[in-house]
Design a binder for this molecule. Structure first.
Ligand SMILES: *Cc1c(COP(=O)(O)O)cnc(C)c1O
Ligand code: SF4
Length: 348
């Protein structure tokens, strides 16, 4: 098959600290043991967003020695025990995650599936994909299939098309979502040809993964516009990351900017307890403070749900600032200007 622009970008990616040291002034040597354990890849486009060593883009994609010094869990969400077949995670009755790809355009240092992303044991075979499709076909309660991985949009168009067609030929499947970060790290992946193909699989939702306003570039906007014009509903999942986006101003700029690009902020994830990511974790109260700062001053459409994914596969739970206090009969509700309003409530 002929190589497209995006495949060439992938090939031109930076995959070692030594290579990175030809672009920035830092000592690559201490990072070599990190990249040996957790693979590194930075696309030329994403590399171009780094302004200096240690900035929010750098932190998301460049290995850090702190990744080795962490006693987090390998699989905090207990995904392995919720996998009836290797490519399916089935935790909620009506929806599944379908792991269709094992690699990503750039490897995020905070990845929840850090234990296997980009590693040999994440390589997915056609047999495993077929097992996943069979499982979904046999379980009639599944309405919603979430393509994930790795990044599903690293699959060639023809493979993706085949998978979408097979899943949509299952009568009980009502919708497909694709989780992808190429809009952030490899926007050239969004081609006219891809959009024309995706358009034939509605209803189709794409959830992407912008974490910082610097990522909202002209290229990213153009890629999102192409998908939105193809009728795809775009959502965004942000991860709350220490030193990257853990403050109200960064978040409100990010969420407002996303809405302007026709991308709805869907979730703000509290960092999972994943091994190798401890240095990104913030307190829950810093997340609640951000949510509180959005309430009122920022459009309700720009507010995602702040969620924590509980260990042992207990699922996602929304965390909300404390607005309501019960007194005798009436409720005391904190308004967005900080004042407390007494509100009459019905007896329950
Ligand atoms: C997050 C998640 C989903 C999707 O949940 P929504 O709240 O519907 O977006 C599905 N399955 C698993 C295992 C998940 O972790
Ligand atoms: S794109 Fe998603 S799956 Fe891939 S490394 Fe980043 S967070 Fe992990």
């Amino acid at each position: 098959m002929s190589q497209g622009v995006w495949q060439q970008s992938l090939k031109a990616s930076v995959t070692t600290a030594t290579q990175l040291a030809t672009h920035f002034d830092f000592d690559p040597q201490p990072l070599q043991s990190v990249e040996a354990k957790y693979p590194m890849r930075i696309t030329p486009y994403y590399l171009g967003l780094i302004k200096h060593v240690g900035d929010p883009i750098w932190k998301q994609c460049v290995p850090d020695v702190l990744e080795l010094d962490d006693n987090g869990l390998l699989d905090p969400l207990d995904e392995e025990n919720h996998s009836p077949v290797p490519t399916v995670i089935h935790r909620y009755a009506d929806r599944v995650i379908f792991l269709v790809a094992g690699s990503c355009a750039s490897y995020c240092r905070f990845c929840t599936r850090k234990r296997k992303i980009g590693c040999a044991d994440m390589a997915i075979s056609f047999r495993e994909l077929r097992e996943g499709i069979d499982y979904i076909a046999q379980n009639t309660q599944i309405r919603d299939v979430i393509f994930s991985g790795g990044d599903p949009l690293l699959l060639p168009d023809s493979v993706l098309q085949d998978l979408l067609a097979r899943i949509y030929s299952i009568p009980h499947v009502e919708m497909i979502r694709i989780g992808t970060r190429v809009l952030v790290t490899l926007p050239e992946r969004i081609t006219e040809r891809l959009c024309a193909m995706l358009k034939s699989f509605h209803p189709l939702y794409v959830n992407t993964h912008f974490n910082h306003p610097v990522e909202l570039t002209a290229e990213a906007i153009a890629a999102c516009t192409q998908l939105a014009d193809a009728g795809i509903v775009l959502g965004n999942q942000t991860v709350l990351l220490r030193g990257v986006n853990d403050n109200p101003d960064t978040m409100s700029t990010l969420f407002r900017g996303l809405l302007k690009m026709r991308v709805k902020p869907y979730y703000l994830h509290h960092m999972d307890l994943v091994r190798g990511t401890g240095h990104f974790r913030t307190s829950v109260s810093s997340g609640l403070e951000i949510m509180d700062s959005l309430r009122g001053p920022v459009s309700g459409l720009a507010s995602p749900h702040y969620v924590i994914d509980l260990p042992e596969g207990k699922g996602k739970v929304p965390l909300v600032p404390h607005y309501v206090k019960k007194t005798d009969g009436n409720l005391l509700i904190r308004a967005s200007d900080g004042s407390v309003v007494e509100y009459p409530d019905l007896e329950s």
